[in-house]
Design a protein around this ligand. Structure first.
Ligand SMILES: [Zn+2]
Length: 275
């Protein structure tokens, strides 16, 4: 019998003229990490952002996109963490997938290892690997009448991350630069990550689409800065591993998805592999 995972939730979070922004968020409960994937629906077509992690969530995201009754023009993959691209192999093998060149070559070279490292997922893992075929590059592009601004952020939550802005709508797809209402996946680049978020606060964007959790405003961006600063300070004071986790759980009881600690602690405080 297939493993049961609670259904993702789907909603329209903004409408302006004939453009609608949708988000599909996987469960916050039982070890899940509320992966957030999004759809930009324009007059004639859909553009998707990220692909979900677990197979049933990826299928649910695809079914939701198909239910809108417009062709999927393309999908942008934000970065190479498995919880964003595993779903490509489950549900998006027939779609044009764009990613930064570093993301694309990582999945090409390490995709198979990454899936075997996740053997515990069983039938929740993708049955095949789909590698993005198209290179996304920084710059402006108009797609179906909407202006997109693509950019890359280096050395924050990941070495290379794609960001997408829709300046005329005030919407910014920050993906894993923001964890909205959930615990953050911390890396050794917290100082630079804080500076990236500080710059984000100075933009005219108003709606921030995260990689985990529900759509956010600038106060959530500010709370992420505060969280990163507290983590940096705790590490500076000598906290590590379980003691660090306990400290953060106590300091942020309102944040959800504590399962993320067990994913990153061996990488932050040890030398566990990067995929
Ligand atoms: Zn993520």
């Amino acid at each position: 019998m297939p493993t049961q995972v609670p259904e993702p939730i789907a909603m329209v979070v903004k409408q302006a003229g004939d453009v609608r922004i949708h988000t599909v968020v996987s469960p916050f409960t039982s070890g899940n990490i509320a992966n957030a994937t999004h759809i930009i629906e324009t007059r004639n077509q859909l553009v998707l952002v990220d692909a979900q992690f677990l197979a049933p969530c990826a299928s649910a995201f695809r079914n939701y996109a198909d239910s809108l009754g417009k062709p999927i023009e393309r999908l942008y993959l934000s970065h190479r963490h498995p919880d964003h691209w595993f779903g490509l192999g489950t549900a998006f093998g027939d779609i044009a997938i764009y990613a930064l060149p570093e993301t694309l070559s990582f999945i090409q070279e390490h995709g198979e290892d990454s899936v075997s490292d996740h053997w515990k997922l069983g039938d929740l893992a993708p049955s095949r690997i789909v590698v993005p075929q198209k290179v996304a590059s920084p710059g402006d592009e108009t797609i179906d009448g909407v202006r997109y601004v693509f950019d890359q952020v280096v050395e924050a939550e990941i070495d290379f991350q794609l960001t997408i802005g829709l300046p005329d709508l005030g919407v910014y797809f920050a993906q894993d630069l923001i964890y909205s209402g959930t615990h953050l996946y911390l890396t050794k680049q917290m100082g630079h990550w804080i500076r990236v978020l500080q710059k984000m606060l100075l933009t005219d964007y108003e709606l921030f689409m995260p990689g985990h959790g529900l759509p956010a405003d600038k106060s959530e961006v500010a709370r992420n800065i505060e969280y990163l600063s507290a983590a940096q300070q705790a590490i500076g004071n000598g906290l590590a591993d379980e003691a660090f986790k306990e400290f953060m759980l106590q300091r942020y009881p309102e944040r959800r998805c504590p399962g993320i600690f067990d994913i990153y602690l061996p990488r932050l405080f040890g030398d566990a592999s990067d995929y």
